[in-house]
Design a protein around this ligand. Structure first.
Ligand code: BDP
Length: 345
């Protein structure tokens, strides 16, 4: 079943769907340094920070990270330097989040998926089929509630700076995957949070939460049968080479989040906070433009590589199957789900 890149693209997008080192102040980390005058806050000081990302160098989020670093450097007249560490060099997402909480890593771009275990409100993004499409999702993210959720990271020792695009996630397997029923009994890797475990159980599969970096070899060796992700991840992590059955159900739209360590945040000047916040917001445009490009390129690669692609014509049976998951979490996320509904109108 071949599709034109355009059609597949429409499917995927439309489906529902340092250490600042404040060496003097904090002593955390060992790669970052600060120097400069000794005024009360950090105004005028120079910093070298680290930013961790799990993706490879040319991935849209990493290109967004780099734009962010470049803008911070420019706006601070070279005082604030942020070095981007792609490819999970500083650890998998869960461990990077822990390092960020401690202030050992100053910045990261992570998926809201693993963040949910650290900041409950973000779990809402792992609920299935809550957004109709990209437009709906971004209207919510840029709205009052979406922005409030970035702020809510403060309670977990992080400062949310911006959302980046991550499209819609679909299932793929080393085993046949023609319809919903084929997920039954499959061992499916998910991002590490409880909602995902419930989601796979509702679909009749067996959930295996594990770090992203382990998915390729686990598919290869049969530790897992299946996984799920967006097209750029499916391709750039080479999952499409081993899990050659893809079903475009678009069950989740889990945004990426650019964030700072609160430990560091509380030590820098208000002027520097403003520089960082502005740079983060401005970098979104770059990430989203790169996202669009890579989504299209990846879709083309998928089609050209002999992956068996199944389109889902009717999502209702899928939505019905996962209803118990929404119901289980409705009380926790009622106000956010209401705001998501409102963003649809
Ligand atoms: C990708 C996200 C990445 C996650 C990965 C995953 O961009 O941050 O680590 O999914 O499934 O889409 O863990």
């Amino acid at each position: 079943m071949k599709k034109s890149p355009k059609r597949l693209s429409v499917m995927l997008t439309a489906v529902l769907g340092a250490s600042l080192v404040l060496s003097a102040c904090s002593g955390t980390g060992n790669s970052a340094k600060t120097s400069g005058d000794s005024d009360s806050k950090s105004q005028g000081k120079t910093y070298t920070f680290r930013l961790a990302d799990t993706h490879p160098d040319n991935y849209p989020t990493v290109l967004g990270d780099k734009k962010f670093a470049e803008l911070v450097n420019k706006k601070s007249n070279g005082r604030i330097k942020i070095s981007v560490f792609p490819n999970g060099q500083l650890g998998d997402e869960k461990s990077v989040i822990e390092q960020v909480q401690l202030g050992a890593v100053e910045f990261t771009r992570v998926s809201a998926g693993p963040l949910a275990e650290f900041s409950k409100p973000l779990g809402v993004f792992s609920l299935p089929y809550i957004f109709d499409n990209s437009e709906h999702e971004w209207k919510f993210l840029n709205g009052e509630k979406g922005q409030e959720m970035l702020k809510s990271l403060e309670a977990s020792k992080m400062e949310g700076l911006a959302y980046y695009d991550s499209g819609a996630r679909s299932f793929y397997s080393t085993k046949p995957l023609k319809d919903l029923n084929d997920l039954k009994g499959q061992k499916i890797r998910v991002q590490q949070n409880q909602i995902n475990i419930d989601l796979i159980a509702a679909l009749g599969g067996s959930a295996t939460p594990m770090p992203y970096g382990e998915v390729f070899s686990s598919l290869q060796t049969g530790v897992i049968d299946a996984a799920e992700n967006n097209a750029p991840s499916y391709v750039s992590a080479n999952h499409y080479q081993v899990a050659k059955n893809l079903i475009l159900d678009g069950h989740q739209r889990v945004p990426e989040i650019l964030l700072a360590s609160k430990t560091i945040w509380d030590k820098i000047s208000d002027a520097d906070k403003k520089i960082i916040q502005e740079a983060a917001k401005e970098s979104v445009e770059t990430e989203r433009a790169e996202w669009e490009k890579m989504e299209e390129d990846s879709q083309k690669k998928i089609e050209d590589s002999g992956v068996k692609i199944v389109e889902v014509k009717d999502l209702k049976p899928w939505q019905k199957k996962v209803e118990p998951v929404i119901e289980k979490y409705r009380a926790d996320y009622g106000d956010i789900l209401d705001a998501i509904d409102k963003a649809r109108k």
